[in-house]
Ligand binder design. Structure first.
Ligand code: ADP
Ligand code: ADP
Length: 242
């Protein structure tokens, strides 16, 4: 197992008069090189789970339980360790990533900044890596010179995936990566993620409210409702269950 979450409880505003127990007793695990889905309607606690495992909860929240990454406990580890885990091992494709590009910066410059900041790559080496990263997400090299508004939604989502890939993570958390895309483009993005999983030995957790979409690509699904994990299994098992 690359990731194990055991009896996770997360409470927002934990010290206030109205604490919000957003995640309650959630346990699940991801096998290395798997494509799994964390499913549930809006407000069910999905984002809270992924923000907890990335160490990105607001200060006044409290988390208990256990989160193991490659067998090592990562819940509550110091921020510098967590930051390096976020840079080298676990990448988040945040919700709405395709709309979060800086309008005045080309796609190449977005990638250049990440490569320099996190890997210290510059000059020719960075340019080569940018071309490689674009190819990995099936974008032509000319895209580097384009501004975000010159790309289609699907191209922007691919660029967001290239940014996530830039630090060569092992685990990718993709939060609603296909929202706001047409169904054909949605399918293409899922096929791309699946190909990357196979070829780069990645583990992918797809976070979405869309059960049929997740069932179309995931080997295993974890279903949340009101902060709890209510079901898990293969898409077949979930569809056949009474
Ligand atoms: P999603 O359904 O994708 O999690 P939300 O609309 O629930 O999106 O949340 C969007 C943002 O607002 C997140 O950063 C989340 O942490 C924050 N948020 C959600 N609910 C609350 C709340 N009750 N109080 C403060 N922030 C919240
Ligand atoms: P999902 O990702 O499934 O939409 P979330 O994890 O965003 O669900 O939200 C779970 C619950 O936690 C909701 O009740 C939401 O309002 C609450 N919540 C999310 N973020 C915050 C926050 N920053 N502060 C307070 N409550 C929050």
């Amino acid at each position: 197992m690359i990731l194990e979450i055991k009896d996770l409880n997360v409470t927002y505003n934990s010290k206030s008069d109205n604490p919000n127990a957003a995640v309650r007793g959630v346990s699940f695990a991801l096998e290395e090189n798997s494509f799994s889905g964390l499913i549930g309607e809006s407000g069910s606690g999905k984002s809270t789970v992924i923000m907890t495992l990335l160490g990105l909860l607001p200060r006044d929240s409290a988390a208990s339980g256990e989160i193991l990454y490659k067998g090592r406990s990562i819940l509550g580890i110091p921020e510098d360790k967590m930051a390096s885990l976020r840079q080298r091992e676990i990448a988040l494709i945040p919700q709405g990533a395709l709309n979060s590009f800086t309008p005045v910066m080309t796609i190449g410059r977005h990638l250049r900044e990440v490569l320099e900041l996190h890997l210290g790559l510059k000059g020719e080496a960075a340019e080569r890596r940018i071309t490689e990263l674009l190819a990995e997400v099936e974008l032509p090299p000319e895209i580097a010179a384009r501004y975000p508004h010159e790309l289609s939604g699907g191209q922007k989502q691919r660029a967001a995936i290239a940014i996530a890939l830039s630090c060569e993570p092992k685990l990718i958390l993709a939060d609603e990566p296909t929202t706001a895309l047409d169904v054909i483009t949605q399918a293409a993005i899922l096929r791309l993620l699946e190909r990357l999983r196979r070829e780069k030995n990645l583990t992918i957790l797809l976070v979405t409210h869309d059960l049929p979409l997740a069932a179309s690509v995931c080997g295993e699904l974890f279903v949340m409702k009101d902060g709890k994990l209510i079901e898990s299994g293969t898409p077949r098992q979930l569809i056949d269950s009474p």
